[in-house]
Design a binder for this molecule. Structure first.
Ligand code: HEM
Length: 369
């Protein structure tokens, strides 16, 4: 007798197809749309499981110290991150199906679900943690502790204690051998009345500094690209890429005490964005770009979910007891994971003004002979 594998058994359909038990049936108050509500949440949880599978494998590769920028493994990372983003796009669209349920259809069974809530989706929170959201950065920290089961909190805490994708990306950028290292920093930090004079002093610096390195040249090109009202960006530039404390605006709105990317990682990332046309920087660029796509899709999901909640329950509190729409709005605004990468785009300059690279570096970047 052959041990043929059968579709039904392989997919364990007995378990999956018998895993829907509407509360409304148990209460003998059948509500047609509860089946949709259950299945859509189950479909989400299955996709979350796949997203964990992808991010775990990506992190395992990124943990290898020798991951190089031209290796097949980096291809795999980019390929799987692309899949991750594609699944997120599907998850955003699934809200369309949920929205075929009207608020009155929902009211038929909503009260039977209390105090259950999507907030208790530990897979979702674990995923946020694996990507890089720290406990301290969460909106409603106490609420999260109070709503989840101890065993689920432990799972999320474990993910928070391990190296997140964001931390692994930071370490990979720091190791990047291709971006030029800064030389001794030749420009004095701008002084109190100095912003108006900054441009002049920079130009002077350039002329006195015959050994002006790449970053000094880039800094001059950057300051020349700034509009008058943007001149304060130079301090942000120095802080971001050279860890120079700010002197003009010591406590600016934009300063980020919980910085996740180091200055050297930021320099590598900016360099990749600027010179992505070179063969060796193409994959690293794709990697950074997909991280932004992931943040954008997660944010789209949060906003669509929030608007759906508003449409479904107005301003009433959630079944999990939160303020509902207001809680979701605050979490959506706060939970961008790769925001520091997006912020680097404030420091780009026009392609035609980019400093030329030394021949030797061009060759290392893959432009042969
Ligand atoms: C009628 C449809 C839905 C309504 C009215 C709704 C409502 C809410 C509300 C009010 C919250 C805030 C916590 C609370 O007080 O309960 C919440 C959180 C959440 N919901 Fe939904 N939800 C719906 C559908 C979904 C679906 C289909 C998913 C898919 C998994 C989902 C996943 C989540 C997640 C992950 C959170 C936590 C978000 C965070 O903490 O940032 N929800 N939901």
């Amino acid at each position: 007798m052959t041990n043929e594998i059968h579709y039904h058994d392989y997919l364990q359909l007995d378990k999956i197809l018998n895993a829907q038990s509407p509360e409304s049936n148990k209460h003998h108050l059948p509500a047609h749309d509860e089946m949709l509500f259950i299945i859509i949440h189950q479909a989400y949880e299955l996709w979350f499981k796949q997203l964990h599978h992808e991010v775990d494998s990506i992190s395992a590769i990124m943990k290898k110290p020798a991951l190089n920028d031209n290796s097949p493994e980096l291809q795999t990372v980019v390929h799987r991150l692309n899949r991750f983003a594609t699944i997120l796009r599907v998850l955003v669209h699934q809200i369309d199906i949920m929205e075929t349920m009207t608020p009155m259809d929902f009211l038929d069974f909503r009260n039977m679900l209390r105090p259950a809530s999507g907030f208790q989706s530990w897979q979702f929170k674990e995923l946020e943690a694996k990507l890089g959201l720290k406990f301290q950065q969460r909106h409603g920290k106490e609420y999260y502790i109070s709503q989840l089961r101890k065993e689920h909190i432990d799972i999320i805490k474990k993910a928070e204690s391990e190296k997140s994708l964001l931390e692994l990306v930071n370490a990979w950028l720091e190791r990047m051998p291709l971006a030029p290292a800064p030389g001794p920093y030749p420009n004095p930090p701008p002084t109190g009345e100095g912003m108006a004079n900054t441009q002049a002093s920079l130009i002077q610096d350039a002329s006195i500094s015959s050994q002006a390195d790449f970053w000094n040249e880039y800094r001059i090109a950057y300051v020349n690209s700034l509009a008058e009202e943007e001149k304060n960006n130079l301090e942000a530039f120095d802080e971001m890429f050279f860890e120079k404390p700010r002197t003009l605006n010591p406590e600016p709105q934009t300063s980020n005490p919980e910085r996740s990317l180091s200055s050297s990682a930021c320099r590598s990332a900016l360099f990749i964005m600027l010179y992505r046309g070179y063969p060796l920087l193409q994959l690293p660029f794709q990697l950074l770009n997909i991280l932004l796509e992931i943040d954008e899709q997660l944010s789209s999901w949060r906003y669509r979910h929030m608007n759906m909640v508003h449409r479904m329950i107005g301003t009433r509190i959630g079944t999990g007891g939160s303020s509902g729409k207001d809680y979701l709005k605050a979490a959506a605004d706060k939970h961008y994971i790769f925001k520091e990468i997006a912020q680097l785009n404030s420091f780009l300059i026009e392609r035609r003004k980019l400093p030329g690279l030394p021949r030797e570096l061009e060759i290392r970047l893959g432009f042969a002979g």
